[in-house]
Design a protein around this ligand. Structure first.
Ligand code: SF4
Length: 360
């Protein structure tokens, strides 16, 4: 068995809530609360969920842009949380990030040359001559001309700025990229171009991605595997095609029901969940999804559902576990859960619109 490039085990990132004159800690926002996954080299894991579910904090915690409070992160077998100083800097060159907002993530006072060169200087890579070649090559790999080096970010469109942000990561020749909502700030007309660029770069350089998005249709298109997050935890994980074909968790069913489908065979009845996501400072007891789950039972309110795995598909749900035990077949269990959800939730019409985003 090969070692995964990225292995995250029971990751927790809690932010303290402080009050009073002495700023005493009175609680904690449990943004990430026991997340585990692995990503093999050259693969893409899509991480989806509503705003505030903790997916961005997972990406930042893996890179230690925020300090995790618990759990383990390993990159190529190396313990990221136990690495410091020069060793951490060397590791960071291999693990890069592309942020959501290409307007905010590029310093408007710096030329593209300075933006790209900064990382090379920090990581002490090359001399001025080889750096120039490396920067020009990174720009060309993202579809921009060398002449862009002497211009400022404001001279470019949103899509071009995101290409510069990708070039800034690529110039360091990383192995792993955290793509944090890389297209959600872009016009719909150019989102597909940037997604296709990311796919091409992955194939060309054998890159490994953690692709964070609220847009299920994009995640499904880009990812080999998909993990669904709710309130700081992964509630379901499977190969992308399998998760789309036979979701088990009621929350995953609700997310997929909001994805518009041209193919009538893939159209699902829209499931509109009641209420809002609870505060991660006070997560509900038992299953965290129970206040919004149309299938919630008494057990769900008190007992945290353990993981059930069938043919690589992992789900945290009492009802799904029972259906799997009864049928022994994920497709049959998925169909039963879909039917029960349709009976429990009033029809809300077909999902419509040009984009497949999560609305619940
Ligand atoms: Fe719904 Fe219960 Fe399953 Fe949670 S464990 S998703 S509340 S059925």
């Amino acid at each position: 068995m090969t070692t995964p490039l990225v292995a995250v085990e029971n990751l927790a990132t809690h932010f303290p809530i402080r009050r009073g004159l002495l700023r005493r800690q009175v609680g904690a926002v449990r943004a990430v609360d026991g997340v585990s996954f692995t990503i093999d080299k050259g693969r893409t894991l899509g991480l989806v969920g509503e705003s505030g579910c903790g997916k961005t904090t997972v990406g930042r915690s893996v890179l230690r842009l925020v300090e995790p409070t618990g759990g383990a992160v390993r990159f190529a077998g190396q313990d990221v949380r136990a690495t410091h100083g020069a060793a951490l800097r060397a590791l960071r060159r291999r693990m890069q990030v592309v942020f959501q907002d290409p307007y905010g993530s590029l310093n408007p006072r710096m030329t593209v040359r300075s933006i790209l060169e900064e990382g090379l200087v920090i990581h002490r890579l090359g001399d001025p001559g080889t750096r120039l070649e490396r920067m020009a090559r990174a720009l060309e790999q993202t579809g921009l001309a060398r002449a862009a080096l002497d211009r400022y970010p404001h001279e470019f469109s949103g899509g071009q700025r995101q290409r510069i942000a990708i070039a800034r990561a690529l110039v360091l020749e990383p192995e792993f990229l955290v793509l944090d909502e890389p297209i959600s700030a872009l016009d719909v007309s150019i989102q597909a171009q940037v997604v296709n660029l990311l796919v091409e770069l992955r194939e060309q350089f054998g890159l490994t991605y953690l692709f964070i998005s609220h847009d299920l249709s994009v995640v499904e298109h880009v990812s080999d595997d998909v993990a669904v997050m709710y309130l700081g935890r992964i509630v379901e994980r499977a190969a992308a095609e399998r998760l789309c074909r036979q979701p088990l968790h009621p929350y995953t069913h609700a997310l997929f029901s909001a994805v518009p489908a041209i193919d009538p065979a893939r159209r699902r009845r829209r499931i509109v969940l009641p209420g809002d996501v609870p505060s991660p400072a006070r997560p509900p007891a038992g299953c965290r999804f129970h206040p919004r789950c149309p299938l919630a039972e008494a057990t769900c309110m008190t007992v945290d559902p353990p993981a059930t795995t069938v043919a690589g598909q992992l789900v945290h749900c009492h009802v799904a576990a029972r259906e799997l035990a009864a049928t022994g077949d994920a497709a049959a269990a998925s169909a039963t859960i879909a039917r029960r959800l349709a009976e429990a939730v009033p029809a809300a019409g077909e999902a419509t619109g040009a984009r497949a985003a999560i609305h619940s």
